[in-house]
Design a binder for this molecule. Structure first.
Ligand code: ZN
Length: 311
């Protein structure tokens, strides 16, 4: 199958990355990074998460972030774990909300301290509220490719959640490899089964790199026709409830590869590398991204923007 000519990138560093960063990042620095992403051509940003600030203090400025992001210019999504989170996100004026439930009981319990049935019980109210506001809802299926507590996740558990989201009007579903347990054949298998079960619906993948397979998984997904991916600037990110969590696919690494194989992302490679360098400066730590260190193919540009011998 030919690769898609174009894919949609959902930039998740401001949520997935900042929530798992050990320190609270000041709101104005978060906004600076979001602005740099937009300058690079990013059009979809998961900007924050409306979670309990006692549990995840890194996201305690969620309302301020949504109210202060530059508009127009980008579609801002906010992650919500429950009805209260959805109410707050909608009040703050987010463009889109993302609900999430794990496809395994032990992970959902660890992640949101509820069983799957209780999490699903909120969906009617959340979708109803969002509909009243005219705000689209996407649904994420956490640990869709494997659970750190239970191991394999049955495909029926994934489909049950997708069905719950889509039947309530979700505009897209995200299949998340929260734990980086997928390999290319597992991606291919679930994607093809998913497309057969839910034809002509929009869905994307969220790929963590815990085991070094994330880029191979992305390529396998492209071959299976997937055209939407979550990525994070600098490759930051992680799940607080996954042992040894690793980051997401670095946005700039994905843009580099896709550009070279003729798949359009709409994102400018040099500008997104710039944004990754800004992020590294603000966080004060070397980030997992590779292309931000090695640079683009053009040796002259690479030597100018990326310091040779960067650790
Ligand atoms: Zn994630």
């Amino acid at each position: 199958m030919a690769l898609p000519s174009k894919v949609k990138i959902r930039e998740v560093a401001p949520r997935d990355g900042f929530q798992s960063w050990p320190d609270f990042i000041p709101t104005n620095r978060k906004l600076e990074i979001i602005q740099a992403m937009i300058r690079a051509g990013v059009t979809e940003i998961e900007a924050t998460s409306f979670v309990n600030p006692k549990a995840i203090p890194q996201m305690s400025d969620a309302t301020e972030v949504i109210k202060s992001v530059p508009r127009p210019g980008c579609n801002y999504c906010a992650l919500v774990p429950n009805l209260k989170g959805a109410q707050m996100a909608l009040e703050a004026g987010t463009d889109e909300i993302a609900v999430f439930i794990s496809a395994s009981e032990p992970h959902n319990m660890a992640n949101v301290r509820r069983n799957i049935t209780d999490s699903m019980a909120d969906l009617n109210a959340i979708f109803g509220l969002a509909k009243d506001k005219g705000t689209p809802v996407i649904g994420a299926i956490v640990v869709a490719f494997g659970c750190p507590y239970q191991g394999d996740v049955p495909v029926d558990a994934v489909f049950r959640l997708a069905d719950a989201y889509l039947s309530r009007g979700a505009t897209a579903v995200i299949l998340a490899d929260t734990t980086g347990m997928a390999t290319p054949p597992r991606i291919d298998g679930l994607v093809r089964a998913y497309k057969e079960r839910f034809p002509n619906t929009s869905f994307g993948l969220h790929l963590h790199n815990n085991r070094g397979t994330a880029m191979a998984n992305l390529y396998a997904a492209l071959e299976a026709g997937v055209n939407m991916f979550d990525t994070a600037l600098g490759g930051i990110g992680g799940c607080p409830n996954v042992p040894h969590a690793a980051g997401n696919l670095p946005t700039e690494d994905v843009v580099y590869m896709l550009e070279d194989i003729g798949v359009d992302t709409g994102i400018d490679l040099l500008a997104i590398i710039d944004a990754a360098h800004l992020l590294e400066k603000i966080l004060g730590q070397i980030l997992p991204g590779q292309v931000m260190k090695s640079g683009p193919r053009d040796p002259e540009i690479a030597s100018k923007i990326c310091s040779v011998g960067h650790a």
